[in-house]
Design a protein around this ligand. Structure first.
Ligand SMILES: [Zn+2]
Length: 212
């Protein structure tokens, strides 16, 4: 009888995304450099894989619990944007610090936040049965027209083309400094989306050996 050695089942990128393990969350290193070339590699979406059970345990199991934790973070000098986010684990505080820093930038950045309303929203990601990071009050969207979203290009999954970014690098870096990753670095780009994932920023710093 032949001995058959079997490793873990090989899953497609789409399957990994649909049913991510906690290890999958760290499988791709979030690039701290402002390098939009990395995203040309199909399915390079560091931070997009989320283990649903893990997120529900870490943040909130249901909408009511999430709603009870919400606070509003306002930035009068950024087009009067107001975001509803969770106060849990200092998320609101970190966001307020980012918006303060951007409010004090030499140039007027209010255009980036114009018509932005996306903070807390308990919902599934469009076309999936996975909860959006907005459900936990840990994500904010800036101006959708400035930020852009891969699905609006009509590209099929795994074959998204160029992303013509209009968000200044220093804005992205301000978010990253306080623990938020940016969806503009994903192959399936979501350039309006910032999400509180300090573990991925820390992981990237460790992997990159202290360059940042
Ligand atoms: Zn978003």
């Amino acid at each position: 009888m032949a001995l058959e050695l079997r490793g873990p089942p090989v899953r497609s990128p789409a399957e990994r995304l649909a049913n991510a393990t906690i290890a999958d969350q760290f499988a791709q290193t979030y690039p701290l450099d402002f390098d939009l070339k990395a995203r040309s590699s199909p399915w390079f979406d560091p931070g997009r894989a989320r283990n649903d059970a893990f997120f529900r345990a870490l943040w909130f199991a249901d909408r009511q619990a999430a709603e009870a934790s919400l606070v509003q973070v306002a930035a009068p000098r950024l087009g009067n944007v107001i975001y509803s986010v969770t106060a849990k684990r200092n998320v609101a505080c970190q966001l307020a610090t980012v918006l303060d820093a951007l409010s004090n930038a030499p140039e007027d950045l209010s255009y980036i936040f114009a018509s932005a309303a996306g903070g807390f929203n308990w919902r599934l990601i469009a076309g999936t049965d996975r909860l959006s990071a907005h459900s936990f009050g840990i994500a904010v969207d800036v101006n959708a027209e400035i930020g852009q979203y891969w699905k609006w290009t009509g590209a099929p999954e795994g074959r998204v083309g160029a992303y013509h970014n209009r968000i200044p690098p220093h804005v992205v870096q301000a978010f990253e400094r306080y623990g938020f990753i940016w969806g503009g670095k994903w192959h399936h780009f979501d350039g309006m989306h910032f999400e509180y994932r300090p573990e991925l920023i820390l992981h990237a710093r460790l992997v990159e050996g202290g360059r940042h």
